[in-house]
Design a protein around this ligand. Structure first.
Ligand code: ZN
Ligand code: ZN
Ligand code: ZN
Length: 372
């Protein structure tokens, strides 16, 4: 490696990735545009039919293979700033053979899980050995955030909190979910995100669908509305926060069940500290709901890791025995869903600290009552 690369955060990530590939028995990692490339190279690039691929050999210097016409798109990135070797190729050249020529043959490689089949299959054929996903190799690195990454997640959390704080400006009876969603989307960008990645406005019965987006449904007085929103802030780290609103005072049954949900989410927050297993945090939320007869209303895992991807390791789910360590970042987002009727969810992103967790979302957890 060049000395500039050696001394950079990306150089050190690539070095650790190479070491992890070596211990996994792989000859190289092949990383196409996406969050893994962003993590290792500081460039998200774009994925098209022409191959862009970072080759991280278990032994030797990393190389980026890129179509000549995409060279500009790689800037600014580690490739240019740090003196990483770049092999550009022009139309008519076989880029898969070019990648294989950089490796021993046959080469056991780990590929990024977002690599399109368009590239994965020809690469496998050229490398002459079975490929595996690079995910298990890279998750050990990506799961434990450094201080710059944690700061980016804090900035993302504060930005999405500012959007939730303004919800009363847009969320009103008589408007459609889509109209409210459009205003939220503009605010997500105005408050510092580079884009609105997802906007869920689940009003009334739509709140019972955890992955509802927006629709033409007209929001009514008395509706419970689940608002789950997020997007990336520079350099690509995501926010993701859910609050539940009620247009007018909630019915007693809604208030009672919501109070249980709020206790469940708090139990999840309270369970987080280094050494605790991911599944224990999931169980902490689930037990509170189960004790009040709401076990069946909670139809998904408690949370997911977050960083350069909205959903990544560690998953906070039953059966995941991974121990939490300082620097991990994930959501705690229990929900309760009543098909055809209503739903509610509370979601914060938390950072694991030395003795607990630091939520990056600090908006009040209570059901927020807006004027009907
Ligand atoms: Zn989700
Ligand atoms: Zn969410
Ligand atoms: Zn989430």
């Amino acid at each position: 490696m060049s000395s500039r690369l050696e001394s950079s955060v990306y150089g050190s990530r690539m070095k650790r990735a190479a070491a992890a590939a070596r211990s996994a028995g792989l000859h190289a990692l092949l990383i196409t545009p996406g969050p893994d490339l962003q993590y290792l190279l500081g460039s998200r690039a774009d994925s098209f039919e022409r191959l862009t691929c970072l080759v991280v050999p278990a032994d030797g210097a990393p190389v980026v293979v890129v179509p000549r016409l995409e060279l500009a798109g790689l800037r600014p990135s580690a490739a240019e700033d740090l003196g990483l070797a770049v092999h550009d190729w022009v139309d008519g050249v076989d880029p898969y053979a070019l990648v294989a020529s950089l490796l021993t043959s046959p080469a056991r490689t780990g590929i990024s899980d977002t690599m399109p089949a368009l590239h994965a299959l020809p690469l496998a054929a050229e490398c002459g050995a079975p490929q595996v996903l690079a995910t298990p190799v890279l998750r050990e690195l990506r799961m434990r955030k450094d201080s710059a990454e944690l700061d980016a997640l804090r900035r993302a959390g504060a930005a999405i909190d500012r959007v939730h704080a303004r919800m009363g400006e847009w969320l009103r009876a008589g408007r459609t979910e889509a109209e409210v969603g459009a205003d939220i989307g503009a605010a997500i960008v105005a408050e510092g995100h580079t884009a609105a990645e997802f906007i869920i406005v689940g009003s009334g019965p739509h709140g019972a669908d955890p992955h509802h987006e927006v629709s033409e449904r007209v929001i009514e007085r008395g509706d419970v509305v689940v608002v789950d929103i997020g997007g990336p802030v520079e350099p690509g780290y995501f926010s993701d926060s859910t609050r539940t609103y009620c247009l007018g005072e909630p019915a007693p049954e809604v208030a009672a069940k919501y109070a249980v949900l709020q206790r469940a989410q708090q139990a999840g927050l309270d369970a987080v500290r280094p050494g605790v297993r991911a599944e224990q945090v999931d169980a902490a939320c689930r037990e509170v709901l189960a004790a009040e007869g709401l076990a069946d209303a909670f139809v998904h895992r408690t949370g997911h890791g977050i960083g350069l991807s909205v959903h990544e390791e560690p998953y906070i789910v039953g059966g995941n025995g991974i121990e939490l360590t300082e620097g991990m970042a994930f959501s705690i987002e229990p929900g309760i869903y009543f098909a055809g009727s209503w739903g509610a969810r509370i979601e914060d992103i938390v950072l694991v600290t030395a003795d607990g967790c630091e939520p990056v979302n600090v908006r009040p957890h209570a059901l927020t009552v807006l004027p009907g």
